[in-house]
Ligand binder design. Structure first.
Ligand SMILES: C[S@@+](CC[C@H](N)C(=O)[O-])C[C@H]1O[C@@H](n2cnc3c(N)ncnc32)[C@H](O)[C@@H]1O
Length: 258
């Protein structure tokens, strides 16, 4: 057993101090993984979850997740003929929705099992790769979309920098993520569902309680709105704005490459 260091988000907001973990496994995780092991723990966890991930996602969002992805594609103004990257694509929901608009979609994920699941669903372009070192030429894409992945990354500045590099000038980045509602009643309901019910329901249905405990807590890795804005601007994006969905439980952050 190792003990990790505390973790700060890019805007300096303090995140969790991890208690303990075993190298390369979620078993025994009581808090969030330490920065130096987060990538390995997350990759192993998504490899394990991959066969059940999409079904669980639709179930836990009551089938609303693809509606949110469509909104993000609208906000990124994805149109026929665009080259679109689905960053950290998982099973490729975003890539398929982009392709259904006539875009040339590429999905990238570092989990080999997620990439295998995506390839089993359609004949699109899915590659295994790391968001911190994208295997694409400068200025290749018209738009990048990414769903529920940012809180799983380590090194957000590097990831946003890579997004800026592979986008054309004027290219759009849309990040779909969870958030916390501002209004007190919604916040209470959200916290009951997200912090209490989801780990139990997700754990029971998937048989992987540790993974759903991590997923319910991992929002703590996310910067707040001004932290996100700083990341976008610092990486080379303008016209940065944020659209709350579901009373603020979900957010889409959008920026345009300078
Ligand atoms: C919660 S899933 C989201 C999957 C999909 N984007 C969706 O909308 O459902 C997060 C994904 O991020 C991937 N991921 C995390 N860190 C990554 C990295 N550094 N590079 C590439 N993929 C990464 C994981 O493997 C996982 O498939």
């Amino acid at each position: 057993m190792l003990t990790g260091k505390s973790l700060n988000s890019p805007n300096g907001k303090t995140i969790y101090r991890p208690v303990s973990y075993r190298r390369g496994t979620m078993q025994g995780v009581t808090e969030l993984p330490a920065p130096e092991t987060k990538a390995a723990v997350v990759e192993e966890m998504f490899d394990r979850l991959a066969p059940r991930y999409e079904r669980m996602n639709h179930l836990l969002t009551l089938g609303m997740d693809n509606r949110w992805r469509r909104t993000a594609l609208d906000l990124a103004r994805v149109a026929a003929g665009d080259r679109v990257l689905d960053l950290a694509c998982g099973t490729g929901d975003f890539a398929r929705l982009a392709a259904s608009r006539g875009a040339a979609a590429t999905g990238l994920d570092f989990s080999a099992q997620m990439v295998a699941e995506a390839r089993a669903r359609d004949s699109g372009a899915y590659v295994r790769g790391d968001a911190l070192a994208l295997p694409f030429a400068d200025g290749y894409f018209d738009a990048i979309v990414s769903g529920f992945a940012v809180r799983n990354f380590t090194g957000l500045e590097a990831v946003f920098g890579e997004c800026a590099r592979v986008l054309k000038p004027g290219g759009r980045l849309a990040i779909l993520e969870i958030d916390t509602p501002r209004s007190l009643p919604l916040r209470l309901g959200h916290s009951l569902y997200f912090a209490r019910l989801m780990p139990v329901i997700g754990g029971l249905m998937s048989g992987d309680r540790d993974a759903y405990r991590y997923l319910s807590r991992s929002g703590a890795y996310l910067p707040d709105a001004s932290g996100f804005a700083r990341l976008f601007h610092g990486a080379g994006f303008d016209n940065v704005w944020r659209r709350p969905l579901m009373g603020g439980a979900i957010q889409v952050l959008v920026g345009q490459r300078r």
